[in-house]
Design a protein around this ligand. Structure first.
Ligand code: ADP
Ligand code: MG
Length: 470
C-alpha cells in the first residue's frame, strides 16, 4: 500500500463524512481501515461482523463510488473483519495478552492463557474482553475521575449491596476510555455469585435478532434478565424498533429488579435520537457522567504506562523523556492515536534495532498530529451560552413567551443548534420546549437572512460560535 493509497483513502473518508454527516460517519466508518489496494480491488476492514454486514448492505456502493471518483480503475470494494486482537502492541504475539494476567486467572499449565472470567462471560454470550483493559491499566486524571470512581464502585459492589445509581451512564467522544472502563468493570466485577455481562450494542442487537430467528428469543431475554450487572457499550449504535423495545424492557426489568446497568455512549442520553422519550429519561435518571478529553498530563501518564507494558515483552524498547513529552504534547486527539504513535515507534525500534530519537518520532507520527477536532456541541450548551449572552434564562428560551427580548435569543439558539449540531429540525423543536419543526425552520431562515445584512448580529453569532467551540 502506498502513501497515495492512504491519501486517497483519506479523501474518500472526507467525502463520506461530508455526505453522511459526522454522526453517521462516526457510527459506521469511524473504525474502518484500509487494508490493501490491488488490481482494481480495495480491501477495507472493520472490527465486527455486524459492522461488516451493515456497511455491506447499506453503504458499499457509495464507498465504491467515492473511490472511483478518486481512482477510476477501482472496480470493487471488499470488506473484511479484522481479528479481535487489537492492532496494538500485542500484534507481535497475538496469542498472548500483553498484560500478564494475575495468577488466578490463568488456566492450568500448558495451554494458551484463557481467563475464566472471559470464558464465563463468553458462555453468557458476552462480547470479547480485551485482557489489557483493566482498572490496573486505566490512568485516572481530571477528565475521568468521577467516571472511574463510579465504575470502580460498581465493580466492587456485592450482590447484596443496595444499588447506588442506576443506570450509570458514561459518555465521551471517541477514544477517551469508555470501552476501557466498561471492560475493567467486567474483569473486576465478575464473582462466582455475581454475573457481569459486557455487551456491545451491536452484539445486543445481533443476539436478539438471531434469537428471534431461531425462536429462542425468550431464552435470550431470560438470560439477559438473569444477570447481575449488564454493561452495554456504544449504545448509540442501537438500531431498529424491535431491538429498542427489547432493550427498553431489559433495562426496565433489570433496574426494577435492583440489578446494575452501566451504559457507555458517545453522547448524553437526551441526544440518543433514535430512542424514545421514556427510555431516554430512564437512562438520564441514574448517574450521568461525561469524560472529557485527555489532558496533556494524562496523555503522558498513559504513554508511560503503555511503555511499561510493552517493555515486558520488548525489553530493549525505550522512549527518551523528551520524545514522550513531544508525543504527549502533539498527539492531542485521543487514546487511540496515542496508542498508534507508540506502536509505530515500537515497530520501528524492533525492525531496525535503532534507538528512538526525536527525529524518528517527528517523522513517524507526523500524520497523527492533526488540528484539534471540532468539539461536539450540545444543544444544552447552546441554550446555556445564548441565554447567558442575552441575559435571559434557559427556561425563557424553552418557554412559550413571545416578547422580543426572548424571541430573538431563542431564534439565535435554534439557528446555532441547526448549524452546529447534526440534530434534525423535529429534534431541535422537541428540545426547545416541544416546538414544531416548522417553527425551527422559520427561526433558522430568519436568522440566516438577518446575518446577511446585519453585521453586528453576524459578529454576535460568530462570537457565540467561538465560545461554543472552546
Ligand atoms: P472509547 O471506547 O471511549 O472510544 P477506548 O476505551 O477504546 O475509547 O480507548 C481508546 C484507547 O485509549 C485504548 O487503548 C485505551 O486503553 C486508551 N485509553 C483511553 N483512556 C485511557 C486512560 N484513562 N488510561 C489508559 N488508557 C486509556
Ligand atoms: Mg469504545
Amino acid at each position: 500500500m502506498t502513501s497515495t493509497d492512504q491519501e486517497r483513502w483519506r479523501r474518500v473518508k472526507d467525502q463520506l463524512r461530508s455526505e453522511l454527516g459526522e454522526d453517521v460517519f462516526g457510527s459506521w466508518f469511524g473504525r474502518m481501515e484500509l487494508e490493501a489496494v490491488e488490481k482494481g480491488l480495495v480491501r477495507l476492514s472493520v472490527p465486527t461482523r455486524f459492522l461488516k454486514s451493515w456497511i455491506q448492505a447499506h453503504y458499499i456502493d457509495r464507498i465504491l463510488f467515492c473511490w472511483q471518483a478518486e481512482q477510476f480503475s477501482v472496480r470493487r470494494v471488499e470488506l473484511v473483519v479484522r481479528s479481535p486482537v487489537r492492532a496494538s502492541i500485542a500484534k507481535s504475539k497475538p496469542e498472548q495478552p500483553v498484560e500478564p494476567l494475575p495468577e488466578h486467572r490463568k488456566e492450568p499449565v500448558g495451554r494458551a492463557v484463557v481467563a475464566p472470567v472471559a470464558t464465563a462471560h463468553e458462555a453468557l454470550g458476552g462480547s470479547p474482553l480485551d485482557p489489557r483493559l483493566t482498572f490496573d491499566t486505566f490512568v485516572v486524571g481530571r477528565s475521568n475521575t468521577l467516571a472511574h470512581a463510579a465504575a470502580k464502585q460498581v465493580a466492587v459492589a456485592r450482590t447484596s449491596d443496595p444499588v447506588l445509581f442506576n443506570p450509570l451512564y458514561i459518555h465521551a467522544g471517541v477514544g477517551l476510555g469508555k470501552t476501557h472502563l466498561l471492560q475493567s468493570v467486567a474483569w473486576a466485577g465478575n464473582q462466582p455469585d455475581r454475573r457481569v455481562l459486557y455487551l456491545t450494542a451491536e452484539k445486543f442487537m445481533y443476539g436478539f435478532v438471531s434469537a428471534l430467528r431461531s425462536q429462542t428469543a425468550l431464552a435470550f431475554k431470560e438470560a439477559l434478565r438473569g444477570i447481575d450487572v449488564l454493561l452495554i457499550d456504544d449504545l448509540q449504535f442501537l438500531q431498529g424498533k424491535s431491538t429498542q423495545a427489547e432493550f427498553s424492557h431489559t433495562l426496565n426489568s433489570l433496574i426494577d429488579g435492583g440489578r446494575q446497568v452501566v451504559i457507555a455512549a458517545d453522547r448524553p442520553p437526551m441526544d440518543l435520537e433514535s430512542l424514545d422519550d421514556r427510555v431516554r429519561s430512564r437512562l438520564a435518571g441514574g448517574l450521568v457522567v461525561e469524560m472529557g478529553s485527555l489532558g496533556e498530563e494524562l496523555r503522558l501518564e498513559i504513554l508511560i504506562s503503555r511503555i511499561a507494558l510493552a517493555r515486558a515483552h520488548h525489553p530493549g524498547f525505550d522512549v527518551p523523556a523528551p520524545v514522550l513529552a513531544y508525543i504527549a504534547k502533539s498527539v492531542t486527539h485521543n487514546g487511540r492515536d496515542l496508542e498508534g504513535a507508540l506502536n509505530r515507534l515500537l515497530a520501528h525500534s524492533k525492525l531496525t534495532g535503532q534507538p528512538v530519537t526525536m527525529d524518528l518520532a517527528e517523522r513517524e507520527i507526523r500524520d497523527l498530529i492533526r488540528p484539534q477536532e471540532p468539539k461536539r456541541v450540545k444543544i444544552e450548551d447552546i441554550q446555556r451560552i445564548v441565554a447567558r449572552h442575552y441575559n435571559v434564562s434557559r427556561g425563557d428560551l424553552l418557554s412559550s413567551r413571545r416578547t422580543a427580548n426572548v424571541v430573538r435569543p431563542r431564534q439565535v439558539a435554534m439557528y446555532l443548534a441547526k448549524t452546529m449540531t447534526l440534530r434534525s429540525l423535529p429534534e431541535i423543536g422537541r428540545r426547545f420546549g416541544g416546538r414544531d419543526h416548522t417553527t425551527v425552520l422559520h427561526a433558522v431562515r430568519k436568522i440566516e437572512n438577518l446575518v446577511g445584512n446585519d453585521t453586528s448580529l453576524a459578529e454576535e453569532i460568530e462570537s457565540l460560535k467561538r465560545q461554543l467551540q472552546e
